[in-house]
Ligand binder design. Sequence first.
Ligand SMILES: [Zn+2]
Length: 369
Amino acid sequence: MTGTAKIRQAVELIRKTRPVYAPPLMTMERVRDDKTCNTLATDGIKLFYNEEFCQQTPLKDLQFILMHEVLHKWMGHPRRLLTTNKAKRGKANVAADLAVNSMLIQQGESLPTSIKLYCPGDSPYRDLPHGKSFEWYLNEMPDDDTNESDDVIPSAGEGEVNTLKEMNSAIQSAKNKSIGKHSATFMEKVLSDMLQPPKVPWQQVIKQYVSVAASNRKRTFSREARRDSEFILPSHRKEKKLAKTCIVMDTSGSMDDLTLHCISEIFGLMQCCSGVELEVVMVDTEVRNVIPITTERDIETVKNNVRGGGGTEMGPGFTYAVEHGAKLIICISDMYLDEPPRPPVPVIWCQVGNGYCTPTYGETVKVEE
Ligand SMILES: [Zn+2]
């Protein structure tokens, strides 16, 4: 049987038993390359193959290697390899192999027996754990590791958006099939992890907003500051009024340490920006207490003067904040609430619990200690 026919047969087998991997295998152009390709390889667009290798490799192993190439494509390895040092590409290729073979093992596949593939848990990478990224494995590989691999061809490939679209449609069409469903479910989890926004520490998000609010002072046209100049130039004059931030604190439930920790962190962040005024507004269904925070001691005052306990309705707190000149609202809540109407100033939701509300406006940060 020719190599081409063997690939066709393996792809057919994948279509029947691991349907999630089939769509890219059926659309990728297959290019015979006996000169530079010893096995199979991909640049994320084409599938290169060595005729003799395909002829001699058992169908089951060929099936594994084809799925392996699909994962290189879906994980964007050709693109990610572009960012690695040229001299280290052989080693980076091994790291990419560790990542994709680990994924296949986690789906219950077995490593080929006719060819040696690098895999975590298997010699010489027996001690490496499963389920890590290409970059993670590359970082963990010892400096004197001389193993090399070459089936990922560095290339910008198809672009990330197209790859994610292809993955998603392959998952959706394979999810309802009776055979190979677990692979589709596994890949669905991988895709959802890939789509998660990168984790930014919540303090950093707040800091960005606070510094914008603090710098958002009115421009004034002033001659007095530039008495020597005959031109009237705009200058940033400090307004007497400070940029005010209101922490709207949901006091409907029990007061926990995380909320206090959150206020304390916000106060700490504000210390870095001059001209910021901070006020804690306690709200259950209406404003129950307002405490300005100017020193660390005021946070103790908040702790000892929590008022509230009724239902949850943050709207009155937002209204109070806007009416009292807040440039930024930070709402600390467990999120067991209905979203109040959108105020005309930016809102950060500091989530300290696992409530059902997913706000449709503002930025949500999950507060962790
Ligand atoms: Zn590979």
